[in-house]
Design a protein around this ligand. Structure first.
Ligand SMILES: Cc1cc2nc3c(=O)[nH]c(=O)nc-3n(C[C@H](O)[C@H](O)[C@H](O)COP(=O)(O)OP(=O)(O)OC[C@H]3O[C@@H](n4cnc5c(N)ncnc54)[C@H](O)[C@@H]3O)c2cc1C
Ligand SMILES: NC(=O)c1ccc[n+]([C@@H]2O[C@H](COP(=O)([O-])OP(=O)(O)OC[C@H]3O[C@@H](n4cnc5c(N)ncnc54)[C@H](OP(=O)(O)O)[C@@H]3O)[C@@H](O)[C@H]2O)c1
Length: 458
């Protein structure tokens, strides 16, 4: 019986309900084949980093959720299975048995390491955990962040570093009407942080901020953005980089740094310093972070290929708080090949590979496919490429072996007493969050406990 017909739909399990999971589902729905999609998510709440990564003071960027809601609500071939961790509650092999194909869209939930002495001292945190904590991710709700020191350091100059620095630099009044979690707002209200150092290993021409995000630092209510003009000197390769038309974004960022370097201090109580060509080499202190040793760098290499090298010139900065914001990293899943040094599921255009050969039935999209870069929209084209590969492969799928699909998945989960939730269940939780936010003037008050979410729908 041919596959992809109403009588024999192509059954696909999509693993991870972030942007790439929804875009993969959308691409499957738009294909010419009849499909049955089960989007399996380890949390009760869908939307991945759009819910637990995108900064609370950037509500417009969360509007992508409206698109995902439409995909979930208006397509009968789509089914959401929340609160189920693939690799733990159900195995990859079991899903290969129940579905014709699996698309992994499980993101990059861990972080890269600096690999320097003292990295794990108390007071040294990852951006990953801080971001997940202020955004109410259930796994991070019980983390504590000691903001009782005046000086905080952020390592890295990408947009995640911008988010972390901005949240530390804003007043409670600037945050209180966002969907930031109440526990984070309470801790930030008592913050003693006055100086935020945002440190890049390369120069101002190589910072990875986008201009829109950097511009916000010039508009903060009680924090001045500071750049030392001496740090804006460019080598010839960096001048070439900024003169390149296709690199206009970096030029805008550089111009903003120049603007900050020319500003007078306005007497605001916090200061956010952007510093370049420096790398942390050691964190030290008596049981917790007290000093950070920093080395000055110089650039070498051709334009667009410049890398940072230590000059040997070092100094120490007194600080009690450090956030490493140097990129996320994918996590291994039992039953799926993993590229350890890249932190992704190895693949060719979305087809997962094992020892250079295509691994049957398994595909990847989003950050677990490409690595941790790209904005929300980048994941749409990425998922479309993966689904195209899957549809091309569909005629070769062995159809003599029947695939029971979601009914078998539910039977397996029920036999293990795994509580799974539907999209309608999630919408009830969603409504309660919105109602809890209303009296506080917030778009929602996120429920941060899985147990509480489940009790609300039982
Ligand atoms: C802090 C931060 C802020 C950002 N802000 C913006 C922004 O403002 N604008 C913008 O355009 N982009 C932003 N991005 C980038 C954007 O969030 C990513 O491009 C996008 O979320 C990646 O999508 P994804 O689906 O691959 O992964 P994710 O969004 O991480 O989704 C992966 C999903 O898989 C689930 N999952 C993981 N393991 C399993 C498992 N074993 N079983 C079942 N489910 C599993 C996770 O719970 C999660 O829901 C930001 C990124 C970060 C880190
Ligand atoms: N508002 C938004 O649109 C928004 C918000 C947040 C995130 N995002 C997107 O999400 C993606 C991930 O963001 P990200 O900030 O995590 O990653 P990123 O943009 O790749 O930035 C990572 C930063 O860490 C530095 N770094 C890496 N390894 C280092 C090391 N060993 N030592 C010191 N510094 C190191 C990088 O420097 P080098 O350049 O030298 O490697 C870079 O400055 C990006 O595509 C970003 O645009 C978007």
């Amino acid at each position: 019986m041919s596959l992809g017909t109403e009588k024999n739909p192509l059954r696909v399990a999509v693993i991870g309900a972030g942007p790439s999971g929804f875009y993969a589902s959308e691409a499957l729905i738009r294909s010419d084949l009849s499909v049955e999609i089960d989007l399996i998510e380890r949390l009760p709440a869908p939307y991945g980093l759009v819910r637990s990564g995108v900064a609370p003071d950037h509500p417009k960027l969360k509007q992508a959720i409206n698109v995902y809601d439409k995909i979930a609500s208006s397509n009968p071939e789509f089914n959401y299975i929340g609160n189920v961790t693939v690799g733990k509650d159900i195995t990859v092999d079991e899903l290969r048995d129940t579905h014709h194909a699996l698309i992994f869209t499980c993101g990059a939930e861990s972080d890269r390491r600096l690999n320097i002495p003292g990295e794990d001292l108390a007071g040294s945190y990852t951006a990953t955990e801080f971001v997940a904590w202020y955004n109410g991710h259930p796994d991070y709700r019980d983390r504590t962040f000691d903001l009782s020191h005046e000086t905080a350091v952020i390592i890295g100059q990408g947009n995640v570093a911008a988010d972390v620095s901005r949240i530390l630099s804003k007043t409670v009044d600037e945050l209180k009407n966002t969907d930031i979690s109440q526990h984070a707002l309470d801790t930030l209200a008592d913050s003693k942080v006055k100086n935020v150092f945002v440190i890049g290993r390369r120069g101002p021409a190589q910072a990875k901020f986008t201009s829109k995000e950097l511009k916000e630092f010039g508009e903060l209510a009680d924090c001045d953005a500071i750049v030392d003009s001496n740090e804006l000197a460019l080598n010839a390769a960096s001048e070439t980089e900024l003169a390149e038309k296709s690199n206009a974004g970096s030029k805008k960022v550089y111009d903003l740094f120049t603007g900050y370097s020319e500003r007078e201090l306005s007497g605001k109580s916090r200061r956010c310093y952007f510093q370049f060509l420096r790398s942390p080499v050691e964190l030290s202190g008596n049981g917790r972070l007290e000093k950070l040793t920093i080395e000055h760098n110089q650039l070498s290499g051709d334009a667009f290929k410049q890398s940072a090298r230590g000059t040997g010139k070092q100094y120490q900065l007194d600080t009690g708080i450090l956030f490493r914001s140097i990129g996320y990293r994918g996590i291994e899943m039992p039953g799926v090949p993993f590229h350890d040094s890249w932190g992704v599921f190895p693949n060719q255009n979305g087809r997962i590979t094992e020892n250079e050969s295509i691994a049957p039935q398994m595909y990847a999209a989003g950050w677990i496919k490409r690595g941790p870069s790209g904005i929300i929209g980048t994941n749409r084209a990425c998922a479309v490429e993966t689904v195209k590969a899957l549809i091309e492969d569909a005629p070769n799928i062995n159809t003599t072996e029947s695939k029971a699909g979601r009914e078998k998945v539910y039977a397996i989960l029920d036999s293990r007493n795994v509580r799974h939730i539907s999209y309608q269940d999630w919408k009830k939780i969603d409504q309660i969050e919105i109602e809890r936010g209303e009296p506080k003037g917030k778009p929602r008050e996120k429920i941060t406990s899985v147990e509480e979410m489940l009790s609300l729908i039982s």
